[in-house]
Design a protein around this ligand. Structure first.
Ligand code: ZN
Length: 422
């Protein structure tokens, strides 16, 4: 991805550096050749270089670009599980993914980790973004997702004669788990997404307290993936599934819904980040009826929302790490609504805005393994910066509105927002 050349000064805004520390009023951020050279109080800033560009934050907020830590660019308007595997061919899914990536960038998400995709699209989407062919967040790519046969993602009865080849590698036993990971090695993915547990969406056979993989299968996935320097994550709701994942050596946990103190200890032992994705549950409860969700499914989402919020509070209180991302791409939780996850964490979970923003920037960059160059605003880092019209600490929901971005920058280049050159 090309970075800017020359000097830019961002002035007249409140600085949130992404570390969780208090904001700096009347701050300045200086950028030279795509990297930050200064971020701090305006009165202490070094003189600006001649022939520099100047961005006026208009008394609003200067902050790091957001990181979507559970991004599904290939999911689009999914209203039933079946929509994921048989709705569109790979050609159309690829175009949808590019459109969703552009939208995420316009929404202030300068980086993202994919949480599983159709047809290995994300690996190639990442290449297209890195080569400036299509705009989007800097991506950490995952690929097809691994699930035990008969588990949550194996929903097509055999009489339909539909495999899940586009989305899921179905496995039976550790040998097949290894085979699946080895396929993904050749696909070029960085993250292996698995399904250790079920979900409220599948109440009959794979609900949120059901396991969909054995410990042996999960351990085989981790050993194979780590050998090839890939990372592993998984959809973990049931308490036993969370513990299996942590004991098997997972690098992150998705959802972490039903934690207890033993699971928390395991999580803290290796400081494993968890990505709760809770706004999805709120959206399901608000709009699920109109998409035909049964009362049992809705009850499951209520339990998931309450359990997930409790676990998230517990993790932060104990000094653990949360990444924010939201499973956007479902009909009731569409692409573009990403920042609703942040609002949900402030208003529903009850976390202070500075901590929520730290989770959505610094911790996201750590999950990507790129915190040395992304996620916070310090000299030397890439200038992935948002300039926002308004005080996001007073009202976090400002970030939900694309029109409030004055500039969305990647490497000092304005990619979206009101100042984007047209
Ligand atoms: Zn997901």
């Amino acid at each position: 991805m090309k970075i800017a050349s020359g000097f830019t000064a961002i002035v007249n805004g409140k600085l949130i550096d992404g570390t969780g520390r208090a904001a700096v009023p009347d701050a300045a951020v200086h950028i030279r050749d795509g990297r930050i050279t200064y971020a701090g109080p305006a009165r202490e800033a070094p003189p600006v270089e001649p022939a520099s560009a100047r961005i006026d934050a208009q008394g609003g907020t200067i902050m790091p670009g957001l990181v979507e830590s559970h991004f599904h660019p290939t999911y689009f308007n999914v209203a039933a599980l079946e929509d994921l595997d048989i709705k569109y061919p790979v050609e159309y899914v690829t175009l949808l993914a590019a459109a969703n990536a552009r939208l995420a960038l316009e929404c202030g998400y300068t980086s993202a980790r994919s949480g599983g995709c159709l047809f290995n699209v994300d690996v190639w989407l990442k290449k297209a973004i890195e080569n400036d062919i299509t705009p989007g967040p800097r991506l950490a790519a995952s690929g097809r997702e691994i699930c035990g046969a008969g588990g949550m993602m194996d929903w097509n009865p055999d009489f339909r004669k539909i495999g899940m080849e586009g989305l899921i590698l179905l496995i039976n036993g550790p040998d097949e788990a290894r085979t699946a990971v080895r396929k993904l090695v050749k696909d070029g993915v960085e993250w292996v997404k698995t399904y250790p547990t079920g979900d409220a969406a599948a109440p009959d056979t794979n609900d949120h307290h059901t396991l969909c993989m054995t410990f042996e299968e999960m351990h085989a996935v981790v050993a194979t993936a780590h050998n090839h320097r890939m990372k592993v994550t998984g959809h973990c709701r049931a308490n036993a599934g969370i513990k299996n994942a942590l004991r098997a050596g997972y690098d992150t946990i998705e959802h972490g819904t039903f934690m207890d103190t033993e699971a928390l200890d395991l999580l803290l032992e290796r400081n494993v980040p968890c990505v709760p994705a809770l706004y999805f549950e709120i959206a399901s409860l608000e709009l699920g009826k109109q998409y035909g969700m049964s009362q049992r499914v809705l009850d499951g989402h209520t339990e998931t929302l309450e359990g997930g919020a409790e676990s998230a509070r517990m993790i932060l209180k104990a000094g653990g790490r949360l990444g924010l991302g939201g499973d956007f791409g479902f009909a009731w939780n569409p692409h573009g609504d990403y920042a609703r996850e942040l609002t949900c964490f402030v208003r529903y979970v009850g976390i202070d805005p500075l901590t929520v923003l730290m989770c959505a920037t610094k911790t996201g960059a750590e999950i990507l393994g790129r915190d040395h160059e992304l996620g916070t605003l310090f000299p030397g880092k890439l200038a992935d910066v948002l300039v926002v019209d308004g005080d996001v600490l007073k009202d976090i929901s400002i970030l939900e509105d694309r029109k409030r971005f004055i500039a969305v920058m990647q490497g000092g280049v304005i990619k979206a927002g009101r100042l984007k050159p047209r």
